[in-house]
Design a protein around this ligand. Structure first.
Ligand code: 1PZ
Length: 207
């Protein structure tokens, strides 16, 4: 997609976040396919090739979850966790393609997103700094050195705050900021629900 043509965050935030939140699910299980992540990923892809190593991984994860959802008819994140745990926690830990370990990666990325969007909303113009800080406070702890290095390099290519608010395609900057204020609480709620569920089932460190 060319720059600026992404329905991106507007679609994500106004519609998908509400779907996600309604079902308490971060992914794949709402009435909206892929449960909201497609809005973000379209937006990420519109930011250009520098971010494609990130979007490729995210697309692979969303696709895996969508395949699992269709194959097993999962209706909620909770039902997926229950089904995958039914063979016991050891069997789940041994699976490199489980829905749970995949959701966990996106769950950590959602924390990054929340922190980053909060920073963007705050008015701080230094997008790369906001992004790096959000990353260091979330995903970085779970990534090996090379990934941290590559991610930090990619963040330098982020557009300015003005350009960023513009590619969000919401309208004038003030409107984009207002939309963030509307969307962030949904992201926070979805994050909290998943965190609680995974903590209860001791899944927060799935390899
Ligand atoms: C707008 C700028 C976008 C920055 C996004 C910040 C996230 C940086 C993540 C960099 C890692 C990408 C490379 C792949 C990493 C994978 O090794 C890990 C672990 O998965 P495993 O190897 O265990 O299967 N993948 C992740 O941590 C998931 C990363 C998903 C990133 C989704 C970003 C959503 C962006 C929305 C944009 C508005």
């Amino acid at each position: 997609r060319p720059r600026g043509s992404s329905p991106g965050l507007r679609v994500m935030c106004r519609r998908c976040c509400k779907h996600l939140w309604a079902q308490g699910c971060p992914l794949g299980f709402s009435s909206h396919p892929s449960g909201g992540w497609d809005g973000f990923l379209g937006f990420l892809q519109s930011l250009g090739a520098v971010f494609s190593f990130i979007s490729k991984d995210a697309v692979a994860k969303v696709t895996l979850l969508e395949t699992h959802r269709q194959r097993h008819n999962f209706v909620s994140l909770q039902s997926m966790v229950e089904q995958e745990l039914s063979a016991g926690p050891a069997a789940l830990r041994a699976r490199p393609d489980s829905g749970c370990r995949t959701v966990l990666r996106l769950h950590r990325a959602l924390r990054w997103l929340q922190l980053f969007l909060e920073g963007l909303r705050s008015g701080d113009p230094r997008t790369s700094v906001l992004c790096t800080d959000a990353y260091n406070a979330s995903l970085a702890a779970h990534h090996p050195w090379v990934i941290r290095k590559a991610a930090t390099l990619a963040f330098c290519a982020l557009p300015s705050r003005e350009a960023f608010l513009e590619v969000m395609n919401v309208g004038p900057p003030e409107e984009a900021v207002a939309m963030l204020g509307e969307a962030i609480p949904y992201i926070r709620d979805v994050y909290g629900i998943t965190e609680e569920l995974f903590e209860r089932h001791k899944l927060l460190d799935l390899p």
